[in-house]
Design a binder for this molecule. Structure first.
Ligand SMILES: Nc1ncnc2c1ncn2[C@@H]1O[C@H](COP(=O)(O)OP(=O)(O)OP(=O)(O)O)[C@@H](O)[C@H]1O
Ligand SMILES: [Mg+2]
Length: 229
């Protein structure tokens, strides 16, 4: 069992999020206390609307908590400027989405390269690293194909390559296998696990998929915005 008090790269304390839409106020997260250790693969489960995506968006610095605190890599996030948040996202975080979210006008290798902009690398180094990452996900022979020329599973492999090419410390994956068939989903899970192990990456994965949950180090569950460990 990992000692979370010394090894935590994510610490949420009493973190809440209210979404407001006109008169309606939704408490999407309610006083969540959570610590994630380095290298852990954690599944976030819970019914639709329970706050899984909201939690991932807070920890991924895509949105801000309404109350409570968030620490990533020993840095408090509340007081960060938008540009500091963006820098931390680019350097330390990776994202994998249910609908892959590839840019349709870029081919596979160019989509992967997006994660390397802003690092002190030449164009040819960026290309080399992106191609090496595509090779790891078994797609080197599709590097110059556009998203519409790839299957769902292949697009998600590109998505994984884009999320991991800059060796982030923490990857948020929001229902990464929801749009894939069983065989492809199993392959994608195996791929994520192998890369997590190799790079000691922490994964926070929201899912309804029992096959995905089975292989995780830890499962946490949200019910109506409340976290049950
Ligand atoms: N931008 C927003 N504005 C208003 N309400 C929102 C917003 N985003 C989410 N919500 C609400 O917050 C609650 C939690 O939503 P969230 O998307 O986090 O759930 P989820 O667990 O990811 O659900 P699913 O399994 O369907 O993806 C829901 O009641 C949702 O309607
Ligand atoms: Mg969701």
């Amino acid at each position: 069992m990992t000692d979370l008090t010394t090894d935590a790269i994510v610490i949420c304390r009493q973190m809440s999020k209210q979404h407001r839409k006109g008169e309606i106020e939704i408490n999407a997260l309610k006083r969540v206390d959570l610590q994630l250790a380095k290298g852990q693969m954690v599944a976030v489960t819970g019914p639709s609307g329970s706050g899984k995506s909201t939690l991932l968006n807070m920890i991924g610095l895509l949105d801000q908590p309404s109350a409570g605190t968030l620490e990533l890599f020993n840095q408090r996030c509340e007081s960060m400027t938008p540009s500091e948040r963006q820098k931390m996202r680019r350097k330390y975080l990776g994202f994998i989405f249910q609908n892959f979210n590839l840019l349709p006008v870029l081919n596979a290798v160019e989509n992967v390269e997006l994660s390397l902009y802003g690092f002190p690398l030449s164009k040819s180094q960026i290309r080399k690293q992106a191609l090496e990452m595509l090779e790891k996900v078994g797609l080197l022979n599709r590097a110059y194909h556009f998203p519409k020329e790839l299957s769902g599973g292949q697009q998600q492999r590109v998505g994984i390559a884009r999320a991991l090419v800059h060796s982030p410390q923490l990857v948020m994956a929001d229902e990464p296998t929801a749009n894939l068939d069983t065989k492809t989903a199993t392959e994608i899970v195996g791929l994520m696990r192998g890369l997590a192990h190799e790079q000691k990456t922490t994964f926070l994965i929201s899912t309804h998929d029992p096959r995905l949950i089975k292989g995780m180090d830890r499962q946490i569950t949200l019910t109506d915005g409340v976290l049950l460990s």
